[in-house]
Design a protein around this ligand. Sequence first.
Ligand SMILES: Nc1ncnc2c1ncn2[C@@H]1O[C@H](COP(=O)(O)OP(=O)(O)OP(=O)(O)O)[C@@H](O)[C@H]1O
Length: 348
Amino acid sequence: MNGVDVSTMADVNTAHDTVLEIADLSVTFRGGRPRPWAARSVVNAVAGASLTVRRGRTLGLVGESGSGKTTIGRAVLRLIEPAGGTITAAGFRVDEFRGSPPAAYRRAVQAVFQDPLGSLDPQQDVRQILAEPLRIHFSLERSARETRVRELIDMVGLSTQQLTRYPYELSGGQRQRVAIAKALAVEPELVVLDEPVSALDVSVQGQIINLLAEIQRERGISYLFIAHDLSVVRHASHDVAVLYRGRVMEVGPADRVCGSPRHPYTRRLFDAVPDLTAHTRRHTRSRVRQPADLLAQLPDLGVAPTDGGCPFFPRCPHRRVECAADFPERAPVPGGGAAACHALTDTP
Ligand SMILES: Nc1ncnc2c1ncn2[C@@H]1O[C@H](COP(=O)(O)OP(=O)(O)OP(=O)(O)O)[C@@H](O)[C@H]1O
């Protein structure tokens, strides 16, 4: 198992208990047939991933498009069934659910997605949107429900005047605030945030990230924060896990992973990305290179690793013979966290 106990991370308070434990998770999808007579292809979207999220903490999942971030989030939400491994979230063994998860799990683990228009019912006004989960999960009198709706709208920084608005009447940032309030209505332990700010203007992104952090401080909620924007992940997360082609390459405290990456792949990702404050991000966004741009600069030697090998092998400047066939266990690295690389000692 490619596991690491995140309690080895320097900045993790050992008093925090675990809210999400993913161990050796694998998810496969059946692809199409390349030819009518050929067998269906199999996509190993996630391969042997192990991750931990502690109470009141945020784990950022970062990686280029197709690296498996959303698949991990969907497996945690039990929207897809894993091929192997275990997922324990809020005390439930998610991988053992048969069919849809029980109501208690759906209450304990909530989600916020990139596009709130897709997840908010366009026929309901904000009051109805926020009242619905309360009606499903709690037996509250009408007046107590209204009090709770008003608390929720206040918590996400909107006014009670917005309770009569419909999603299409709100700005993108306001809609995302409503989606966050809806997720928090049922007092979850864990929220899967899948690209929660990618559709928003940069100035609004900062406001939403700050709001999420404030709510976390007040309520001790844990977040699994999925994003492709490296500087967003760095600012929003306590810990970061770097994915590449379904493998967890490196995990650790956000500042260490982003500031002193140890895995050759992570270095390629982060070395060229400046640590941007919200102010400078507003002015330099177009110049910030994203994972796909950075990888495009790496020559691919055209040597495919075997199924069990390191997916970065063909492009890795530090590769060794064993990397083609063996993806190693993660090993602790200086500064906290761990990286899965045979050549760690070669990379100063
Ligand atoms: N329903 C599906 N059927 C077949 N293949 C899928 C399905 N969902 C995802 N995949 C494949 O699994 C791999 C991981 O996809 P995933 O969406 O998890 O990546 P991601 O890191 O979230 O990417 P992005 O940032 O683009 O959303 C990709 O190769 C993708 O094409």
